[in-house]
Design a protein around this ligand. Structure first.
Ligand SMILES: Nc1ncnc2c1ncn2[C@@H]1O[C@H](COP(=O)(O)OP(=O)(O)OP(=O)(O)O)[C@@H](O)[C@H]1O
Ligand SMILES: [Mg+2]
Length: 224
């Protein structure tokens, strides 16, 4: 089943002399149940691509469908709903709420999205695999970059979205924990039929993905 379909997507920032063509004629497809990697160097367009998939940015041209729905055909509130219920982000900046403890970050998810979150059991497993238990009563500013990153990943997973979009989710992690995160993503994609897209410059992560794309200067190519 097709989760994401992009055809001829382009994105241009700025005007005239300051114009940047961040994405060029992107064709992309992802099915449910797949972990997908998009690998490319800094400035190649990875974050732009992910933000367009997630409906945070509008493409300059081309079409995108999420679970057969086109963002263009939805009202602002329908788009909000689609994002809230179907899509989870792990953004490059971790976006934890500074004045909430880690466990309160999860409470906040429950408050905003009242249903269809992970069961207590599923969540406990994720917490253990990401080694977050000792951090639950702490505030983000007292955690290391890697600890914040793991907490942000757990928060996205807790909401249990069908589609997870992760921007450099392992950048602050040591190799062992980076690999553990990729294993969690792969297990979840396969066992719960999610689509998980990881964009990264880290080619060591390639071995975990079901499908791999490279992106360079805004051009995307399917590798395998
Ligand atoms: N808001 C913006 N306004 C103008 N140019 C932008 C904007 N955001 C990104 N760009 C440009 O678009 C190109 C792609 O940027 P993008 O952030 O998507 O790259 P990236 O692959 O995510 O890089 P990184 O690995 O450093 O995060 C770059 O040339 C960047 O300078
Ligand atoms: Mg980026």
């Amino acid at each position: 089943m097709v989760a994401i379909m992009m055809k001829h997507v382009t994105k241009t920032y700025g005007h005239d002399l300051s114009k940047v063509q961040a994405l060029q004629d992107i064709d992309f497809q992802a099915d449910f149940g797949q972990l997908i990697g998009v690998v490319g160097p800094s400035g190649s367009g990875k974050s732009t691509f992910l933000e367009i998939v997630g409906g945070l940015l509008t493409p300059t041209s081309g079409t995108i469908k999420i679970d057969n729905q086109s963002y263009q055909d939805l009202s602002a509130s329908q788009r909000e709903n689609l994002r809230l219920n179907k899509i989870g982000f792990v953004l490059q900046a971790y976006n934890l709420v500074p004045y909430l403890t880690i466990s309160e970050q999860f409470e906040l998810v429950k408050h905003v999205k009242k249903t269809a979150n992970m069961t207590a059991n599923e969540f406990q497993q994720v917490i253990q695999r990401l080694q977050i238990d000792p951090l639950l009563d702490k505030y983000p500013e007292t955690l290391s970059g890697g600890q914040q990153q793991r907490a942000a990943i757990a928060r996205a997973l807790f909401a249990n979205p069908q589609i997870i979009l992760a921007d450099e989710p392992t950048a602050a992690l040591d190799t062992k924990r980076a690999f553990e995160v990729m294993e969690i993503f792969r297990d979840l994609a396969h066992s719960t039929k999610k689509t998980i897209i990881v964009v990264t410059h880290d080619t060591r992560l390639e071995k975990y993905v079901d499908q791999l794309y490279n992106i360079n200067d805004g051009k995307m190519e399917f590798v395998q």
